[in-house]
Design a protein around this ligand. Sequence first.
Ligand SMILES: [Zn+2]
Length: 219
Amino acid sequence: MSEVHACKSCGAPVSGRFCTACGEKVLTPDDHTLKHYLGALLNAFTFVEGKFWNTLKAVVLRPGELSAAYMDGRRVKHMRPVAFFFLANFIYFAVPLFETFNTRLNSQLHNQQYSGWAQRKVEAHLAESGRTLEGFKVLYEPASANNAKLLLVTMVFLLLLPMSVLYLRKRKYVSAYVTASFELMSFYLWVATLALSVALHRAHRATGHGHNSGRWLGG
Ligand SMILES: [Zn+2]
């Protein structure tokens, strides 16, 4: 294993088991056995899972640590803050009872201060397009969910402004603020997801009701 050869990925000279330039592993005949392959597959899962739990624990229990570690160059133990944010985003919207950022049409038309205005808008739209309210709902809900996701991403960048004002004198890199924003929004999403899941579970048991997927937050 001592002879030097070119790395298959980046072409840099390699003499050990890994390329020091890009990290590519030098394959041995052993790597091609089924046993090794399955082992690597399992390893990949537990590795990702370990990172996920580390990151979730850090974000919920020790807010700020993920960003600090990331900017400090301690990155292997956690998921990247951006990836973690998009995972949180995905899970948040996979659970259908959250309406904070995604207020449903019924709630818009009946439970909001502006519901009178919203009703007139929808009625005008229905009259103009010839759609039924049900037909409109089918179009509205996914569009509203997409807007809500976009709004969450927008929030990350809106957070940059107060954050940079708050820490103006620290002269940090802009990337430090972006990272902290992603972490803050992840914190919000995970805490909301966890807290609401617990609340739902409790209410479920207390009332013994089957489906209660209505307006939990009252819009
Ligand atoms: Zn390489």
